[in-house]
Design a binder for this molecule. Sequence first.
Ligand SMILES: [Fe+2]
Length: 379
Amino acid sequence: MQKNLTPDKKDMKLKLSDLQEKINRLETLINTSMVFSSILDLGELLNIVMTKAEEVMEAEASSVFLIDKSKKELYFITARGEKGKEAKEIRVPMGKGIVGWVAEHGRPLLVPDVTKDSRWFKGVDKKTKFVTRSIIAVPLISKGKIIGVSEVLNKKGNRNFNENDLELFEALGNQIAIAIENASLYTELDELFLSSIRAIVEAIDAKDPYTKGHSSRVVEYSLLVGEALADISKDELKQLEVSATLHDVGKIGVPDRILGKTGKLTPVEYAYMQRHSEFGSAIIEPIAKLRELIPNIMHHHERFDGKGYPDGLKGERIPLFARIICIADSFDAMTTDRPYRKKRSIQKALLELERRSGTQFDPKLTKIFIMVCKRRKLT
Ligand SMILES: [Fe+2]
């Protein structure tokens, strides 16, 4: 009797640990799905997912490759692990190595010992000085087409990957493929949206030959400052770009006879012209995607000393991006011809920015703008 009990208990233990493993894996899949639905930046998303994949499969490193169809090569979109940075510069020809084989055949591979596999391509290890022992590589398939390959390398503790690992990694591969598809759809939509906005704004700028190209230059100058700021995210830079693009969209509500007037504006006309920041905010208000940018557009004519419009906000109460756009806008106005005056040289415009730093402009941001301009040899 005793003899019979022991194997049963063992079996039960095995089954319990199997079950626990399955629960852990299910949890990983659910967690990754949640990550997928909340992050649309592909690089960031894959980094999180592959960190989790490495953790669950106890792998030393992992990568995701995409296929460059025109060059018939695979390139790294994510390469994690000690030598990830070096690996990112490498391209793998289609059909070459284990990854190339998976991309060509669209089938997953579990290779417990790469040295015994004739498909093994040593090129990547040679360049990265990473020593690959074992690999699981799965194809990334979207709408029936192979778009890339995902792999995990070396099971920790000198162990081998097993069929369970392969099964889980295949499931993750399916989700990664969907995420890539979603992210590229999102990027396409975003690009479409941005190019529509640009087209509208360019049409407004072009109404007046003196402001042609103004908004795109304001974007360029604003981003010079934005990129020089510490701790600014990609998303925030995008917000700055769209805000700068749209800063004068409200001019569409200002009559042409005021916009194009070559002589001095009457006080009434000037007051009307000033209302363009409010008009701009009202125009974008109904667009949910743009609503959070309203303060940047509304306040791009505020002055650091509180003497600007429309609300006379002072110092850092003026939104950061509005303060940046204000500098970029004034710099472009100074360095382009206007009907009532000739343009200044870039050096003179920078001196003027310096002179008005602390009164009209945020002194810290002005300093950054001047520094970046000099570094980029805009002068
Ligand atoms: Fe403006």
